[in-house]
Design a protein around this ligand. Structure first.
Ligand code: NAI
Ligand code: MG
Length: 369
């Protein structure tokens, strides 16, 4: 098998701290499972600004376009808060997403049994939960024109944003959701507001078109997004893959993620069109930010970033078995009671450090091999 090329961008704050633990897992996969990665490392965010005066150098951008997958830690932090908007750390991440055209954002919400007390929902409602929200990431109301704030000619002002979706934009993200469903329990629920929005009507029609013409084997249902929000909290296990637009996806994915506990546990993937080798352009990153309040203290939970690597193994490298091995190792250490500070319940205990969590996961991996 040819080597798997991976660009690692640790970024700022706790990004480098959690990425160190991910790199230990990558080394383990190479040594013990024969998975050889071509790993390169580069700077993004404030770290890139400090070195190059921009949050993402052109060479780094070019490299990101070539590799099979990019793995990013986090960007930003108080040291960069006063920078000009054009060179803010977040702009580095936005440039990656935009130039790689990463239109499909995958946010899993998975309940690890050992953490089910963490949820604000009843244990039986979330125990065993494993759903995936697919959010359209490059279009919709965050990008539509016209936009702006203008005088309304009556002495007041008017703020305008435009929800706009094309056939192609809807079909490609729908395909991405159906593909995912085939690897899971073969079920997609599409969410929009076709009752009050024309873009929602088109969304429903085009998702149905892709379904009928290309994925008739997958079970498709439609739901209004407001009802979807209710159902996610009432009975989340009725879903498998949910596909929705940028705005609804932003809100619904945050809502679904929090069903299951801590920010330190949440991975994500952003996928684009297939490259020549058939693999999609891909960026994997934890959902959390750079956590300046705990940076440099060894307190960061590396699990979100390690689970992001697992997603890369599954969706970019066709290594679903190794991805599952990592997820099982995480499950085991949690079941054994190993906790970073963010996972401590009210009754306390002694948290492990970032590297302590890495040690435990590597031990669990070694036991599994
Ligand atoms: P944050 O996600 O960095 O932190 C929120 C809270 O969760 C903090 O109390 C933090 O300590 C905790 N937390 C986050 N990740 C954790 C982990 N792995 N283990 C343990 N605790 C964890 O969000 P916040 O504070 O709003 O933003 C901080 C900086 O990060 C800002 O500069 C923001 O712009 C940036 N940011 C970057 C993102 C990215 O790189 N994708 C996403 C969100 C924020
Ligand atoms: Mg959000």
């Amino acid at each position: 098998m040819s080597n798997l090329s991976l660009l690692i961008l640790p970024g700022d704050g706790i990004g480098p701290e959690v990425m160190t633990q991910v790199e230990r897992v990558i080394d383990w996969l190479g040594d013990q499972r024969g998975l050889k990665f071509d790993v390169s490392r580069d700077l993004v965010g404030g770290a890139a600004y400090d070195e190059h005066g921009v949050p993402l150098a052109d060479e780094t951008m070019a490299k990101a376009q070539e590799v099979d997958a990019v793995l990013l830690g986090a960007v930003g932090g108080p040291a960069y808060d006063n920078l000009d908007f054009s060179v803010k750390p977040e702009r580095g991440l936005l440039r990656l997403r935009k130039e790689m055209d990463l239109f499909s954002n995958l946010r899993p919400a998975q309940c690890f049994d050992a953490l089910s007390d963490f949820s604000s929902l009843k244990k039986e409602v979330i125990s065993g939960l494993d759903i995936m929200i697919v959010r359209e990431l490059t279009s919709g109301v965050y990008f539509g024109e016209p936009r702006g704030i203008q005088d309304d000619n009556e002495g007041g002002r008017v703020g305008v944003n435009t929800q706009r979706y094309t056939t192609n934009e809807i079909r490609r993200v729908a395909r991405s959701a159906f593909e995912l469903a085939r690897r899971r329990s073969n079920k997609v629920c599409s969410m929009e507001k076709a009752n009050v929005m024309e873009s929602g009507i088109l969304w429903r029609e085009e998702v149905s078109w892709v379904h009928e013409n290309e994925y008739p084997d997958v079970e498709l249902s439609h739901m209004y997004a407001d009802n979807g929000a209710m159902q996610l909290v009432r009975a989340p296990k009725q879903f498998d893959v949910i596909v929705t637009d940028n705005l609804f996806g932003d809100i619904l994915s945050d809502c679904a993620a929090m069903l299951t506990g801590s920010l330190g546990m949440l991975p994500s993937a952003s996928l684009g069109a297939p490259m020549e080798n058939g693999r999609p352009k891909a960026l994997y990153e934890p959902v959390h930010g750079s956590a300046p309040d705990i940076t440099g203290q060894g307190k960061a939970n590396p699990i979100a970033c390690i689970l992001s690597l697992a997603m890369a193994l599954r969706y970019s490298f066709d290594q679903g078995e190794e991805a599952a091995r990592i997820e099982k190792a995480v499950e085991k250490v949690l079941a054994d009671g190993v906790r970073t500070g963010d996972l401590m319940g009210p009754d306390g205990g002694t948290p492990v450090s970032t590297s302590g969590m890495g040690d435990a996961i590597l031990d669990a991996l070694s036991e599994s091999a």
